[in-house]
Design a protein around this ligand. Structure first.
Ligand code: G6P
Length: 614
């Protein structure tokens, strides 16, 4: 969601902060701001729009802007529209304390009313501004910035990752975390704070992941972490695991296209060292301690949001069909608020690219509290969901920057397939021979994905050109390809703003069929599997109503050409692994549709990469 970067040291922090903000823009980006402390004075600039707009605005300083202490923020609006005034940082009445904040202060209105009564004048419509004024009040009492922040936070309900600077103590940053991720970058004679390692990896690979409820006092040479009650906390310095090249576009027009093309490699990485093809076995270190619970699970619940939820739906097919464990999939935002029945022999999987999605995190806490074994399928190493789960499996897709998730999805599906194989072998729901065949099928997928990327791109560009002015799209599939239809539709609406719906193909006749006419493009995911003929009947129903059909079909399907207007060929794959392959052309289609329509592919309007508020 919003992005935070802060610096204290001996270098000029302006380029460090602006570069960091650019690397964070993918998280949320309707406005940006920077606060610098120099010679005991603040200089604060903020601007609606992109970081580039802020940089343009700063050009009036003619390069004279410099400081050794500063912080910057990119905002994704929650309270108050995205304009210059509501952009962060926000400061107190005397302009001596400035705050940047990710998250939501839920009781801000009560605090604000009280502060207004005491004479504080507010400039913005944000919840964040109350923090600056509240800290101002606390500073009057404590005359110590860290204590003032701690005392203020004791009165606050909600979530935050925040950084506070003050001209009262112009050699330090105070950072605090509850619910929104924050890391401290440890340098040599300089230190950093950021909401995402991408912002600081240029400068240091040594980081401390702040824990919920922690406050940190950071100078150039010292870091003290404490609880809100001023108890020292343990610090563990960890290494950032990704390379700088992974967060750069590397010659591609967009991160999304780069990430689509990385999939042969990222799917391989998800299997690397885990799948023993010849034996048909799977080793997953992160599940070793909970293996017993998993094998004895009475039921699996998968909970997630967005694309990760779609991966969960495919997981249901895998777990039920191959591992024979009853499985339910639920939106995390629904699960957390409905007092679900959870038993101690339930296993709850949380699927999350970022590992920080507020609803998924809360659903996991709820399940944990009710006694379930909670396991994460997460991409971002060290993220909160990864830390709070009893065990789990990293998908190892590397940093995903494009807001529309692509490579994380196929890696999630790969990991779900591995977990399924592991359980099925251990429980004996499949034979050794069958497991070997399935393992070979999985191992062959990266090459199939490469083939699709190489062979279908030009054709998909033409299809995108043909349909660039469409107002609606329908995506249909059955079985494990129903979630593929949902994901294909989500990709299209996310980045090209065309209304798109995914449906189980047979369900179409119970409603969506009313929409079909010669202006309605319908995408069918129709591999040659056990229900091929059934999907073909649904396809005929669309054709009879003159809908325009784009079929994702197997290379050896010779019937389909007669029926569909466009056929995108994909290699045959074992049914329940099919979604990993079949989604690739749909990702490309949404990408090239967005390019044809001229939308901002990597930073689509209103969306955020990681949704850390409810
Ligand atoms: C946001 C992103 C989606 C993502 C969803 C869940 O809405 O824009 O791409 O699927 O959050 O995110 P997670 O990090 O938990 O997978």
């Amino acid at each position: 969601m919003c992005g935070i970067v802060g610096y204290v040291g001996s270098r000029n922090c302006v380029p460090i902060i602006l570069e960091g903000l650019k690397r964070l823009e993918y998280r949320g980006y309707d406005s940006a701001g920077i606060a610098l402390v120099k010679d005991g004075l603040f200089s604060i600039d903020k601007k609606a729009g992109k970081v580039a707009d802020l940089v343009q605005h700063l050009s009036h300083y003619n390069g004279s802007l410099s400081a050794q202490l500063g912080m910057g923020h990119t905002r994704w609006a929650t309270h108050g529209e995205p304009n210059d005034i509501n952009a962060h940082p926000h400061w107190d009445s005397e302009e001596k304390i400035a705050v940047i904040h990710n998250g939501i202060i839920e009781n801000y209105s009560t605090i604000k009313t009280k502060l207004v009564r005491e004479g504080h004048v507010f400039r913005s419509a944000t919840d964040t501004e109350v923090l600056a004024h509240l800290i101002e009040e606390m500073y009057k009492r404590t005359q110590n910035l860290a204590s003032a922040v701690r005392h203020a936070l004791a009165e606050v309900e909600g979530t935050y990752g925040l950084v506070v600077l003050s001209t009262h103590e112009s050699d330090r940053m105070i950072a605090a975390r509850k619910g929104s991720p924050l890391i401290i970058g440890v340098g040599d004679g300089e230190n950093f704070v950021a909401s995402d390692a991408a912002a600081i990896v240029d400068h240091t690979r040594q980081v401390i992941y702040m824990k919920d409820g922690e406050v940190a006092e950071i100078t150039a040479t010292n870091i003290r972490t404490m609880t809100i009650d001023d108890e020292d906390t343990e610090r563990e310095i960890e290494e950032i695991t990704f390379e700088l090249s992974q967060i750069e576009r590397g010659g591609y027009d967009h991160f999304m296209l780069k990430e689509i093309h990385e999939q042969p490699e990222t799917i391989t990485n998800a299997m690397r060292g885990r799948l023993q093809v010849d034996e048909g076995t799977v080793v997953l270190g992160g599940l070793r301690d909970v293996q017993d619970k998993l094998l004895k699970a009475r039921r699996i619940v998968i909970t997630a949001c967005g694309t990760s939820w779609h991966a969960g739906l495919v997981g249901e097919y895998l777990f039920e069909e191959i591992a024979r464990i009853p499985t339910e999939v639920e939106y995390a935002s629904e699960f957390r608020y409905r007092n679900p029945i959870i038993n101690s022999d339930d296993v709850v999987f949380l699927i999350s690219q970022s590992g920080e999605t507020a609803d998924t995190l809360a659903a996991g806490r709820e399940a944990k509290q009710k006694g379930a074994t909670v396991l994460g399928i997460v991409n971002v190493v060290g993220s909160t969901i990864a830390r709070e789960s009893h065990g789990g499996v990293y998908v190892h897709a590397g940093p995903e920057i494009g807001v529309a998730s692509t490579k994380a999805f196929t890696s999630q599906l790969t990991v779900l397939s591995l977990i399924t194989l592991m359980i099925a072998r251990a429980k004996g729901t499949i034979t050794e021979k069958h497991a070997q065949v399935l393992s070979q099928e999985l191992a062959a997928i990266p090459e199939k994905v490469s083939r699709i990327l190489a062979k279908t791109t030009e054709q998909i560009k033409e299809i995108a050109e043909e349909f660039r002015n469409a107002q609606n799209f329908l995506y249909l599939g059955r079985g494990a390809n129903f979630p593929v239809a949902l994901e294909g539709a989500l990709k299209l609406k996310e980045i090209s703003y065309i209304h798109a719906e995914g449906y189980p193909a047979a369900e179409m006749k119970h409603g969506p069929i009313a929409l079909i006419d010669e202006n309605m493009p319908v995408v069918f995911v129709v591999p040659k599997d056990g229900i091929y003929e059934k999907v073909i009947s649904n396809l005929q129903e669309v054709k009879a109503r003159r809908g325009r059909i784009i079929a994702v079909a197997n290379e050896d399907d010779h019937e389909i050409e007669e029926l569909a207007d466009f056929v995108i060929r994909v290699p045959r794959t074992y049914g329940y692994f099919g979604p990993i392959v079949n989604i690739i052309p749909l990702q490309l289609l949404s990408y090239y549709m967005a390019v044809a329509r001229g939308t901002n592919v990597d930073q689509p309007r209103n969306l955020a990469k990681s949704v850390t508020v409810e």
